[in-house]
Design a protein around this ligand. Structure first.
Ligand code: PLP
Length: 366
């Protein structure tokens, strides 16, 4: 079986470094925040080009804390509307709802799968205060268009950069440095993955960074002095230590992912399979390689019978989930078609050429 993503093989590359780090960690006796979290925050800021990184427990919490911090600073209030792509992983929407804000769904561009900027304006009301943009599948959204619109309407822009670590926009800036604030996830399967849950917020806004670093730690800057109604949503120190070991390889891994994607794009020639749009630049880090087919169940079974593992990102759109039944009435046909037809084929920085060629041949004989 060619695995969709072989996480244990990806992490096996670091086995010796992880074990050495763990020995140190055990001896050190410092298990919460501390030097590994500080080092990761400094390095990830350098990497993204932002002034601040705040290590957070996971990607969903990172999104929630951005919104909660804007509330604490008086920039948002309960009931405000946030524009969000209808075509996203549900966490983007959950964060808005957990912060007592209201999601307003906008259809994607059917080629890039990212929010269709030309459809945002008709959804802006007197209550709209922010746009949450998602760089879906690892491809950056049209940030020039979104930031212009936001400027004209005085809206905050937050990036959900969970799938786009390292992606570079046409201006040379990276994901995480393209809006007012960004949330990252380092869930094990992400391009930069921890060995458990982990996340971060990046921003250039000092007041926001301070509010988030307080909110993640019981609302306190100084131990036992609580200035805000905070949470415990800190980045785990051991996960930070693992991330410090892996971060230097992120660019090389993303290059490998693009190499695999280019092989797929060149090699797959089958009119039944719609390939993803890619402009050839570094604005895509191919978190996943998503194709569309009309008879998905058949296609997935065919690949399974040829020992190729696939996943679906995602089978049910957020507005059709039971949890979000209040939004079930919405008509979002582009989003629904995408969710019906997408299939993700194997993609990873360590996929061998021989496996890539095998997969291409299997797809071409479908
Ligand atoms: C993974 C992901 C999240 C959530 O991150 P967790 O660390 O799993 O909480 C949010 N948004 C998107 C787009 C994601 O892919």
């Amino acid at each position: 079986m060619i695995k969709f993503l072989d996480l244990s093989a990806i992490n096996a590359r670091y086995e010796a470094a992880f074990q050495e780090k763990f020995q140190q960690f055990l001896k050190n006796g410092s298990y919460i925040l501390g030097p590994e979290v500080d080092a990761f925050e400094t390095r990830f800021s350098q990497y993204c080009g932002t002034k601040y990184t705040i290590g957070i427990s996971n990607g969903l919490d990172a999104l929630i804390l951005i919104f909660k911090a804007y509330m604490a600073l008086g920039k948002l209030k309960p009931g405000d509307e946030v524009i969000v792509p209808a075509n996203t992983f549900i966490a983007s929407v959950l964060a808005i709802i957990h912060a007592d804000l209201k999601p307003v769904f906008v259809e994607p561009d059917p080629e890039t799968y990212n929010i269709d900027v030309s459809k945002i304006e008709t959804h802006i009301s007197s209550k709209t205060r922010a746009i949450l943009v998602v760089h879906l599948y690892g491809q950056l959204a049209n940030m020039d268009g979104i930031n212009n619109l936001a400027k004209n309407h005085n809206l905050l822009v937050v990036e959900d950069a969970a799938q786009a670590q390292g992606a570079k926009y046409s201006n040379g800036k990276r994901a995480g440095n393209l809006a007012d604030a960004a949330a990252f996830s380092f869930y094990p399967g992400k391009n930069l993955g921890a060995l458990g849950d982990a996340g971060a917020v990046t921003t250039n806004n000092k007041a926001l960074a301070k509010a988030i670093s307080e909110l993640r730690n019981y609302g306190s800057e100084k131990k036992y002095v609580n200035t805000r109604v905070g949470y415990n949503k800190r980045l785990d120190a051991l996960q930070a230590a693992f991330l410090n070991i892996k971060l230097p390889d992120l660019d090389a891994d993303n290059n490998e992912r693009r190499r695999v994607a280019n092989q797929y794009l060149k090699g797959i020639k089958n009119s039944k399979i719609k390939l993803p749009f890619y402009d050839g630049s570094e604005n895509h880090v191919f978190h996943v390689f998503v194709v569309q087919v009309e008879d998905r169940a058949l296609f997935v079974n065919y690949l399974q019978s040829h020992n190729v593992e696939t996943l679906i990102h995602y089978p049910i759109p957020p507005h059709k989930q039971t949890a979000l039944h209040n939004y079930a009435h919405l008509k979002l046909p582009i989003t629904e078609t995408i969710h019906n037809n997408v299939v993700s084929i194997p993609m990873s920085p360590i996929l061998s050429d021989s496996d890539v060629i095998k997969i291409i041949n299997i797809l071409n004989t479908y």
